[in-house]
Ligand binder design. Sequence first.
Ligand SMILES: [Zn+2]
Length: 269
Amino acid sequence: MDIEPVNIFTVDLEDWYLTDDYLIDKSRFNEFERNLIQNTEIILELLKVSKNKATFFVLGKIAEMIPSLVNEIISEGHEIASHGYNHKLISAMSPEEFKIDIEKTNCAINDATGIFPVGYRAPYFVFLPWMIEILRENGLKYDSSINIRWLNKWKDVVNTVELGQTNNFSIFPIQNYNIFGMNIPNCGGGYFRLYPYKIFKALFDKSINPFGMRIFYIHPWDICNSLDKKQIKLLSRFKNFYNTSSTINKLERLMEDYRFNSFREYLEK
Ligand SMILES: [Zn+2]
């Protein structure tokens, strides 16, 4: 008998004005804060109505600047995990800088909520082998940064920390749909906006990571992006804005079609 896959819903809680990519004056943050809060509240409402649970990978900067939003997520029964402090690319950091980034994020989340996160997802789904030891040293228990198609590249490292659920540290890779040697992304974000819902669902149904999981991810800005279109290049415009108007309707359908858990619920089972 086939075992039913576990569906994990994740939100990367971030917005452009809180990242290193766009340096704007702090005094302008509240112009854009409302959009981030509204989008997050839409996701929270959809999760509530459909009785699903999620893991929110939160930027440390958001915990620092909008602690009420992070606490609202907790009060709805969802998990708060770490997405680093301000979405800096890990490959642009030294291990020492990464350690500081993780500590700073842990502190920001703890100051805002009284809890320390146990999960981590790197910005841009970057995975570097030396991350794991630093995450472990800082009390984190799992990572969901790696795309399954990179597993072979890091096979030796990943084997040493054991994939899946262990007592010490778990790595939960996001899946792709593999057909004729091609990896077709089907976890969420821009791809969720790009594909018609039925196609997304067909791809999502078919691909399961080695731990019997289907991992879905979304950003608040996949619902409505406050970035000024004119300031960015055409390709970025496509990546950031394409079909955002379809996101709410697709999320509603997705949440009806699947039972979603947070990583915390999965680990506690
Ligand atoms: Zn991110």
